[in-house]
Design a protein around this ligand. Structure first.
Ligand SMILES: Cc1cc2nc3c(=O)[nH]c(=O)nc-3n(C[C@H](O)[C@H](O)[C@H](O)COP(=O)(O)O)c2cc1C
Length: 172
C-alpha cells in the first residue's frame, strides 16, 4: 500500500474516546475497536493483519518505538505519546498505554494498546521534544537521540525508571 502524504489536518480525539488495538508478537494488528477504524480512515480489511507501523507518522522519532519494543520484549508496559498518520494523511495525537497480555499459563497472548486524548499544551511540549529527537536522530543516529531523551528526562527531574509515570503526569 502506498503511504499517505502527511497533511497538517488534525483529527480530534475526545476525552471519552478510547482507541484500542491488539497485536501479535510481530506487532501486526489482530484486533481494533470501531473508533480505531473510524479515526484512522481504514476499513477492517485494510488494517487487520497489517503491521501497526501502517500508522507511523514521519514526525515520530525512531527512539520512541525502540524504547517501546525494548520494554515490551522485557514484559514491561509503556506509556508513550504517539502522533499517528491516517489514511487521508491527517494525524491525531494519543497517549498510548501498550502492554503484554498473557494466557493463564503465562505464555504470550497479545500486545494491547489503549490510546487516550492528549491535552493541547502536552501536544505542544511533546511535539517540540519529538522534533528535536528526530533532528538528532537524522544527523547523529538513534543512540544520540536516546541520550537526548535521557537528558530531557533528567532536566525534568525524571529518568527511564519514572518514564511511564511522568508521561501520565504530563497529560493531567
Ligand atoms: C500493540 C501495539 C500498538 C502499536 N501502536 C502503534 C501506533 O498506534 N502507531 C505507531 O506508529 N506504532 C505503533 N506500534 C509500534 C509499531 O509496531 C512500530 O514499531 C512503529 O510504528 C515504528 O515502525 P517501524 O519500526 O517500522 O519504523 C504499536 C505496537 C504494538 C505492539
Amino acid at each position: 500500500m502506498q503511504r499517505p502524504t502527511p497533511t497538517d489536518i488534525e483529527r480530534e480525539v475526545t476525552a471519552v474516546d478510547m482507541i484500542v488495538s491488539k497485536g501479535n508478537e510481530a506487532g501486526d494488528i489482530t484486533y481494533a475497536n470501531p473508533i480505531f477504524f473510524k479515526i484512522s480512515g481504514y476499513s477492517q480489511g485494510e488494517l487487520l493483519d497489517q503491521p501497526h507501523s501502517i500508522l507511523r507518522h514521519p514526525d515520530m522519532p525512531k527512539v520512541i518505538f525502540k524504547y517501546l519494543w525494548d520494554n515490551l520484549k522485557a514484559g514491561k508496559e509503556v506509556y508513550a505519546y504517539v502522533k499517528n498518520l491516517c489514511k487521508d494523511g491527517s494525524y491525531y495525537w494519543v497517549l498510548a498505554q501498550v502492554r503484554v497480555a498473557k494466557n493463564p499459563d503465562g505464555s504470550f497472548r497479545n500486545y494491547v494498546s489503549t490510546r487516550r486524548a492528549v491535552k493541547p499544551e502536552t501536544k505542544e511540549k511533546v511535539g517540540a521534544l519529538y522534533a528535536k529527537l528526530l533532528e538528532i536522530e537524522k544527523s547523529q543516529g538513534v543512540e544520540a537521540a536516546e541520550k537526548a531523551l535521557a537528558d530531557w528526562l533528567a532536566e525534568n527531574g525524571q529518568s527511564f525508571e519514572t518514564f511511564n509515570q511522568f508521561m501520565q503526569e504530563l497529560n493531567k
